[in-house]
Design a protein around this ligand. Structure first.
Ligand code: GLC
Ligand code: GLC
Length: 651
């Protein structure tokens, strides 16, 4: 778009660029800058146009992008150009992810590089390595309290090791995903230290107040994230005698994005990691980026503008790099993190599908799919060129953040239903095989979340303890069932380290003072590689799970209907224990797969007449892609065993 004001500003900026930048050959950079400049300018103006130093800041922003581009290797630039040409590359069914902690999965980054064959063995080709940067020695929120955004924690390695990981991954076509923790720094970060020593420039990087007046106003509408361990959203800082905003833990200081310098610093960090060969950046806690008195300070419009700006700027410098939005918020809010428009107001290409995750666990607890149906139906349509990250478990807690209207429409009272779920997964509900822990119980609101490993929540831990073969196989089937949905739903499935091996809760955190008040550590286990060898021994839990998932992954990669082009149709059926949807290849509509899954502990039937001819044609020869055999049919009904799923197709 040609817009005079922004273009004359662009010309002025190009004249003012540092000579080191001007001297470079920046052909691709200038083309992209010209194409994106109006959007960048408009966003930056909306956020910071009222400031006297607006033009100076704008110049700094352009210089940051240019410097990032100059530091980009020709190899990475080649990848950028390739991905620009094939811009839907990440929507393909080919991608399957795994998230892990370096020191849980391996000894160090170097050792992780040595363990890449494991990913290949399972079929994983996108690996999210959770925070690896310098953080406090004791409590560090699992590395999400960062003390230096450019330096790797020497307990696990250094930049050279990471380059080795990136290289190993690239050789094997595995995408590397790293976190960018945008919302806060640790109180040991240099900026926080300078702020503590009284430097006003750095105090302006954070939210600091002399008295409770403003904090109290904020508190009226801000929920608490870690209510039990870290109540309130502000922490008293002795050194400065000020209140600092700390939404998460008291040692995590929230960054102040109303200061453009903060935004530019963080963009610089994004580009730094993009230039280390990272393919995808997971932007942590993006819902929290903008704080406003009188609001919950989550999902604010300006938080979206910041993300759009970061996307546009990253597209100028490193267009091949994707963003994942980690926004664990209400369904109608999550969807907004893709942006408003795929081209002119893009935010993140990928977002965590926290809604589906919570709905799946609801299905497990209730053994029916009423809420699962309701929730999926009301999941707003997402943008083109955007995709979900579908997961069952991750390193965090599970919040039952479904829409209350959906809960009511499914026949439940929201408060009582959430209480049931918490009781069910913490094993307090009679007859529940789950072994989870209540997380951050709030006495006033009754809110609580759940921690626990996938295997333990699915009943494997209690079944193994009781040596109950029926329950062991039921829990294995539940784990496979849950994965059969995330693999076929549309989006990138993200497995969690340990889940393919049935790793149960890790209680050792309880003896570690820097972890004991955070039960999320129960689901951040260390992989026992000797035990993992059992995946090769027929008849073991490890073997059944690992090989089941491996097979699903291989089939997914060959099934074009599983790519994500908004090509899913949910089918209404007459059995409330089953879920049924059809996936089709929009280019070849005859390529269809019908997914049916039974969430009940008893066999269930799908009445083919109730499909009203929708889905696939059962008069043809129908085969289950997973088992290779035809489904058991009787009297125009398909039978599903407890926790069985089908991926049916006509051949
Ligand atoms: C994200 C992380 C979580 C962390 C929080 C604060 O939600 O996944 O582990 O506690 O951000 O950084
Ligand atoms: C996340 C979520 C919250 C979660 C926490 C970390 O950003 O908002 O639900 O519990 O941070 O666990």
């Amino acid at each position: 778009m040609y817009e005079q004001v922004s273009h004359s500003l662009l010309n002025a900026i190009l004249d003012d660029l540092k000579p080191e930048i001007r001297r470079q050959n920046l052909r691709h950079f200038y083309t992209r800058l010209g194409a994106n400049f109006y959007a960048i300018y408009s966003l930056f103006f909306t956020l910071y146009g009222h400031r006297e130093d607006f033009k100076e800041q704008m110049l700094r922003l352009v210089e940051t992008m240019a410097e990032g581009y100059i530091n980009r290797s020709s190899e990475l630039e080649g990848i950028d150009i390739q991905r620009e040409q094939d811009h839907n590359w990440f929507l393909s069914q080919n991608w399957v992810g795994m998230a892990l902690y370096t020191n849980g999965f391996a000894e160090s980054l170097d050792d992780l590089a040595d363990k890449t064959p494991y990913f290949q063995e399972l079929g994983i080709n996108m690996v999210h390595i959770m925070p690896i940067l310098m953080c406090p020695a004791g409590k560090s929120d699992g590395g999400y309290a960062i003390s230096n955004f450019r330096q790797i924690d020497d307990r696990i390695g250094d930049l050279k090791d990471l380059h080795r990981v990136a290289e190993e991954f690239r050789k094997r076509d595995i995408l590397l995903v790293l976190d960018i923790v945008l919302n806060h720094t640790s109180d040991e970060h240099e900026w926080a230290q300078k702020a503590m020593s009284g430097d006003p420039r750095y105090q302006d990087y954070y939210f600091m107040f002399d008295n409770r007046e403003v904090p109290d106003m904020f508190e009226q509408n801000m929920p608490e994230i870690f209510h039990e361990s870290d109540p309130g959203n502000f922490t008293w800082n002795e050194e400065t005698q000020k209140w600092v905003m700390t939404v998460f833990h008291n040692y995590q200081w929230d960054l102040n994005y109303s200061n453009p310098t903060v935004l530019i610093e963080m963009l610089d960090i994004i580009l730094f990691w993009a230039n280390q060969g990272v393919d995808v950046l997971r932007l942590d806690a993006v819902a929290f980026l903008w704080k406003k008195i009188g609001s919950a300070s989550q999902n604010e419009r300006n938080a979206h503008l910041i993300l759009q700006l970061m996307k546009d700027c990253c597209q100028v410098t490193a267009p091949g790099v994707l963003f994942i939005a980690e926004a664990i918020v209400a369904p109608v809010e999550i969807i907004k993190y893709f942006g408003e428009d795929a081209i002119i107001a893009k935010e993140c290409e990928i977002a965590y599908n926290a809604t589906l995750m919570a709905l799946l666990w609801d299905g497990i607890a209730t053994k029916n799919t009423k809420l699962l149906y309701q929730g999926i139906k009301n999941l707003p349509d997402k943008l083109e060129r955007a995709t979900w990250l579908n997961y069952v478990r991750c390193h965090d807690d599970i919040g039952f953040g479904f829409d209350d209207n959906d809960v009511r429409a499914s026949g439940y009272e929201p408060f009582a239903h959430r209480k049931f779920l918490v009781d069910y997964f913490s094993g307090q509900f009679n007859a529940s095989p789950a072994r989870g822990m209540v997380f951050m119980f709030n006495n006033e609101t009754g809110d609580a979340r759940i921690c626990g490993s996938l295997a333990s929540l699915a009943g494997l831990e209690s079944a193994l303890e009781n040596d109950d073969q029926t329950l062991i196989s039921a829990s294995i089937n539940k784990i496979l069932l849950l994965h059969s949905i995330i693999m076929s739903f549309g989006g990138i499935p993200l497995l969690y380290s340990g889940d393919a091996l049935g790793v149960t809760n890790d209680y050792s955190y309880q003896d570690n003072p820097s972890k004991s008040d955070d039960s999320r550590w129960i689901n951040r286990p260390t992989i026992d590689w000797e035990r993992a060898e059992l995946r090769k021994k027929q008849g073991t839990v490890e073997y059944t799970l690992f090989n089941g998932l491996k097979k699903m992954i291989a089939i997914r990669k060959e099934t074009s209907a599983f790519a994500d082009f908004n090509n899913r149709e949910l089918l209404d059926i007459s059995n409330e224990h089953l879920i049924c949807f059809v996936r089709f290849n929009p280019l070849r509509p005859a390529d269809r797969v019908m997914v049916i899954a039974n969430f009940d502990a008893k066999p269930q039937y799908l009445d083919l007449e109730s499909l009203n001819g929708k889905g696939i044609n059962f008069y043809n020869h129908v085969v289950d892609l997973y088992t290779g055999s035809s489904p058991t049919q009787h009297d125009r009904q398909i039978i599903l065993q407890p926790y069985q799923f089908y991926w049916l197709t006509e051949i």
